[in-house]
Design a protein around this ligand. Structure first.
Ligand code: S3P
Length: 173
């Protein structure tokens, strides 16, 4: 019997891929990361896609990736931080999975992303201000979409993943 997808949403540096991977292993499910999927499909990294096609081009690819990944059931899927922006994506996510929001503080994001060179939106003089404004815009959407909200601060990934699994509805475990 196929199970609903488990979808992780949240800002850059919230640990979606790390936590998603652990949850997938523990539940013996397939794990997919939408950014990674896009990079594999295109053969170039996300920064390069932003360079060549702009954010709009990347967002189109992101929507296609989500459509593709959500065709099947039973997966654990880590999304990109901005994937919740389009109404179309919001519908897709809601229809095709149980949504977990990793609610992370700005400080923790900064700790994780201080030296990041891979994320085009953070290549600015003031990445903290950028993260703050993105969070302000997106946090209400994350909260609205989420079936489960988990604070991630100061917790080890393994511990957090175990806590999340404990909180999942029985039919998803
Ligand atoms: C983005 C987040 C990134 C990636 C791209 C844009 C965003 O994914 O999709 O750089 O708009 O917040 P992560 O959330 O995995 O870092």
């Amino acid at each position: 019997m196929s199970q609903r997808n488990i979808i992780l949403i949240g800002p850059m540096g919230s640990g979606k891929s790390t936590i998603g991977n652990i949850i997938a292993k523990r539940l013996h499910r397939d794990f997919q990361d939408s950014d990674h999927f896009i990079e594999q499909r295109t053969g170039v990294d996300i920064a390069r896609i932003f360079d060549i096609e702009g954010e709009q081009g990347f967002r189109d690819r992101e929507t296609s990736a989500l459509r593709e990944l959500l065709k099947d059931d039973g997966r654990v899927i880590a999304t990109g931080g901005g994937s919740v922006l389009r109404a179309e994506n919001q519908q897709l996510l809601k229809q095709h999975g149980y949504i977990i929001f990793l609610d992370t503080s700005l400080n923790q994001q900064m700790q994780r992303l201080r030296r990041d060179k891979k994320r085009p939106l953070l290549q600015t003089d003031n990445p903290r201000a950028r993260l703050e404004s993105l969070l302000q815009e997106r946090r209400p959407i994350y909260l609205d979409l989420a079936d489960l909200v988990v604070k991630t601060d100061k917790r080890m990934a393994r511990r957090l993943a175990a806590d999340i699994i404990n909180q999942l509805p029985e039919n998803l475990k």
